[in-house]
Ligand binder design. Sequence first.
Ligand SMILES: [Ca+2]
Ligand SMILES: [Ca+2]
Length: 594
Amino acid sequence: MLAMSVLLTSIAWLAAAGGDTAVIRVNQVGYLPDAPKVAVLCAVGQSDSATRVFVVRRENGRTVLGPRRASASGAFGPCTQTWRLDFSALRTSGRYTIDVDGAGPAAIRIARDAYAGAADTLLYYMRQQRSGWNPFFRDSVHRLDGYVIDDTGGVVKFQPVSGGWADASDYLQYVATSATATYDMLMSFRDHPNAVGDAFAANGLPGRNGVSDVLDESLHGIAWLLRMFPSDTELYNQLGDDRDHAYLDLPTTDSADYGWGKGKQRPVYPCTGRPQGIFQWKNRATGVASTAGKYASAFALAARVLGAHDDSLARLLRRKAEVAYALGRRSPGVCQTAPGHAPYFYEEDNWVDDMELAAAELFSLTHEAHYRREAAAYAAKEPVTPWMGADTARHYQWYPWYNAGHYALWRIGDARDRTTAAGDYRRGLEAVVGRAGNGFRAGIPFIWCSNDLMVSFATQALLYRRMTGDARFREYEQAAVDWLFGTNPWGTSMVVGYPRGGRWPHDPHSVVSLQFGPEAITGGLIDGPVYRSIFSNLRGIALRHEDEYAPFNTGFIVYHDDMGDYSTNEPIMDGTANLIYLMSALMSPRPSSR
Ligand SMILES: [Ca+2]
Ligand SMILES: [Ca+2]
């Protein structure tokens, strides 16, 4: 009923769109009793900044909070004026409605377990994205991967690397995003082992196997990373390239042709330390450390998590972690993804963050003192992830989106390391908050994959709060979570199929969704809104139907629930995995001491 009334409110508003009116935006998943609780009133087509008064009522109509003043919080995007409706004082679990003169009511829920099941739901998308044997299709996909290629695209040899996850709705696969996703999920299991249930087996089919489903999914990632790093001298980085984009096929019938026949082998790109791209475009690769560090971090944490449970695998992972880290030491610099026929690639420009995380995890695993010193030295080279506070950045330029290395260093460091790590996180958060004076408290740059930045900002704020007990960013952390679940100008959750019955993307850029319905990709976090200029300048974007969000796409950022918009409405694997950590942490705030 909650969701239904949200939907009806929105529909009623949309019918009136065009006139002067306002809408209330809320977190459709719900609010934690002790967390900040804010809904946002967004006015479109008028510019008054009058004080508004809101009231919160129980379902039986009894007023439990208010009338309270909501003060104007300025214009943002399509909202000519916003007001923050702060009902944090209400701490009793239950279902309520909030309304304000001229808008609402909107349904809200307060519950201690508001986020229960969220991480499990996100894992549906991860399983659906599996390459190799795929539990959604109950069939193998891309089983012939792949051919290792040289700088000119010539075949060096066949290498069995089937497995892992498709990166998004195309089927390219990258170690940068896959190793990061694997690390995020391992971290989720380490810190919050009970946040996810056990309803699926290792192969992703329904059925308990005595292992948390988030660990099952992490180990699916680890298995692929081991195939992509088969010997001490072969460090692979990418599987497939944008020749994939020639067809809109299901993964089971992918007819992409890389020159070896439709649906045959896909190219495997090694990290070479040199610029790559076999057609007209080249990346700006300078070394291997960005990828080597990510391999080492995931392997080291997996070795530690598995520990005595799987001694032989843990020993192999430890050795692989040490070798990958040594490769990164020997060849500092970035190993970027390779462009194909289009100029787009993941333009990662930092690698010290990756080596910092690797060194810190290797110290946790081995207790060899040099790793801790090296982690601290890397941390000093990039204290703040550079997109924080910036207005823009290149595609995946500063990746991973937040530096988990600082948290890893804080866990193992001495008092000075801990103070430094917390201070580095604080400065990054301050830089984002400095741009977040708007009604939605949004301070991230709206570049491609803005939702990834939103998730990472919230994650860094949560970790900072955990590290220091300092709650000064709590309102902004919660605003980022709320944004992802509906407190945004469009009033939509950014996760497909979640919450059930809520407003969420029904026409995502996905051929699986197109053929099987959007529920087939339940749990996928979409890219999220982008600057209008980005949407206008990307190649090949054309909306397929009338924009139901047109009244809200009048500002500096746009979002379209439209299959044709791959810039804002395409689910992303690595962002989904990042969100798994955040949701696990919000479900069980006290981290495990392991
Ligand atoms: Ca399981
Ligand atoms: Ca990096």
